[in-house]
Write a protein that binds this ligand. Structure first.
Ligand code: GTR
Length: 335
């Protein structure tokens, strides 16, 4: 009698009420859909990186909610090649999901290039408010026309230059340096505007390109520079923080359209929780990567006067941002 009563009390307390409701919804779901679904998802990063670990968490959520009926198989560490190819595979429906940088999404939905402009976001907080708000949501929706379902934005910090020739402390230090960029013309012009030579190369070819001297260096955030061991071949890292490009994870519309409404809902719910998880993992990893780099006596240059870098890249913002003047204005007003 006492036991029954206390159970009843627990169920009545607001804190626990959500759980039975969710479970009931999911049980209804398994009655509706019994089709097993293994979602293949690719990432250029290894396991243990915030993005891959976040997708592993998403898999755990889906598995537990559906008693193993739905799960994600992660193809990490560039097993499926670069990001441009992964996006193409997802568009074709050969791959269900991928996590890529917004940097390579510009060629599919042009407006994403607003987020790819140098020194565009004012801070991480500003970026979160833009991508999580009306602007970010409307861009995710536009992906549908390109055969992709946008599931959410993840953090990727700020990108900075590294190279094996000399430390960059001022704009003129870029002169003549061959620097790899992501495959999007905006980034080539960004490097060129600062006096360097920007070369678009896929991420999976970058380490070798630096090692063999095809390029002198590249640019990325601390976790990628550290986890990709790029410091082994390009030891001068200067925190110019010229780009704050978010990550995105997308689902194949071709596959999505064949899923039950409930499965779509479960994926959306898991995706929202995955975004939060990745951002927590990211914050911790960014600091840890900088600590690891310093412990390896990598030349991390933090004292950079960003003013001249912002000025040098103004023509790039003018040239590529002109088309999205309204979006840019709206984003700059987001508080
Ligand atoms: C990383 C990002 C990857 C990839 C890579 C690159 O920061 O997480 O998705 O875009 O940069 O430079 O290609």
């Amino acid at each position: 009698m006492t036991v029954t009563l206390s159970k009843f009390n627990i169920l009545r307390s607001g804190r626990f009420l959500a759980m039975p409701v969710l479970v009931a919804g999911l049980m209804l779901g398994s009655a509706v859909s019994t089709k097993a679904l293994e979602i293949k998802s690719s990432d250029v990063h290894p396991m243990g990186y915030p993005t891959t670990d976040a997708i592993a968490y998403m898999s755990e959520l889906l598995e537990s909610w559906t008693s193993g009926r739905m799960k994600i198989k992660i193809f990490h560490s560039m097993q499926l090649g670069g990001e441009k190819e992964a996006l193409e595979q997802v568009q074709l429906g050969a791959l269900e999901m991928t996590r890529v940088s917004v940097g390579v999404v510009g060629p599919i939905v042009e407006e994403f290039n607003a987020f790819n402009l140098p020194y565009f976001f004012k801070s991480t907080d500003h970026m979160h408010k833009v991508v999580d708000g009306e602007i970010g949501t409307s861009l995710l929706n536009k992906l549908e026309a390109g055969g992709l379902i946008g599931l959410g934005y993840m953090d990727a910090g700020s990108r900075s230059f590294y190279n094996k020739v000399r430390p960059i402390t001022k704009v003129s230090d870029l002169k003549g340096l061959k620097l790899r960029v992501m495959q999007n013309p905006i980034f080539v012009e960004m490097v060129n505007s600062m006096g360097g030579n920007g070369l678009p190369i896929a991420y999976n070819e970058l380490y070798t390109a630096m090692q063999t001297g095809v390029v002198d260096g590249a640019e990325n955030n601390p976790p990628s520079y550290e986890s990709g061991k790029h410091y082994e071949v390009a030891g001068n890292y200067s925190l110019t923080e010229h780009l704050m490009v978010p990550e995105i994870f997308v689902f194949s519309k071709k596959v999505w359209d064949g899923l039950s409404a409930l499965d779509q809902q479960l994926i959306r719910k898991a995706a929202a929780m995955t975004v939060t998880k990745e951002r927590e993992l990211w914050a911790a990893r960014e600091q840890r990567s900088l600590d690891i780099l310093r412990s390896k006596v990598i030349n991390v240059i933090t004292e950079i006067d960003k003013g001249p870098f912002i000025k040098a890249t103004e023509p790039v913002r003018m040239k590529f941002g002109g088309k999205f003047a309204d979006l840019i204005k709206k984003a700059s007003m987001v508080k």
